[in-house]
Design a protein around this ligand. Structure first.
Ligand SMILES: [Zn+2]
Length: 83
């Protein structure tokens, strides 16, 4: 496996990088598209009730899908995020 492939896999199954007390903008930014870096058009489908919460993301502009794993506190934070 090349280093580039490893990097790509790491991007496609990321762990969310925000703190539960971060403002909404930073929480949104944690789900930004890895290609175009836009967060506003990303569609999120979250499975926050599962034992290992995650959020599946889809950027319609790039047709890119990726999954972000969440700590329980992050899942709670995401569930109260504005829409
Ligand atoms: Zn994109």
């Amino acid at each position: 496996m090349s280093g580039e492939q490893r990097l790509r896999m790491a991007m496609l199954a990321d762990t969310a990088r925000f703190r539960p007390d971060d403002p909404d903008e930073l929480v949104e930014a944690a789900f930004a598209c890895p290609i175009c870096l836009h967060a506003d058009r990303v569609r999120r489908e979250a499975a926050l009730d599962s034992y290992d919460p995650w959020c599946e993301c889809h950027c319609p502009a790039c047709d890119e899908r990726w999954r972000v794993y969440l700590a329980p506190q992050q899942a709670l934070r995401l569930s109260v995020l504005h829409h």
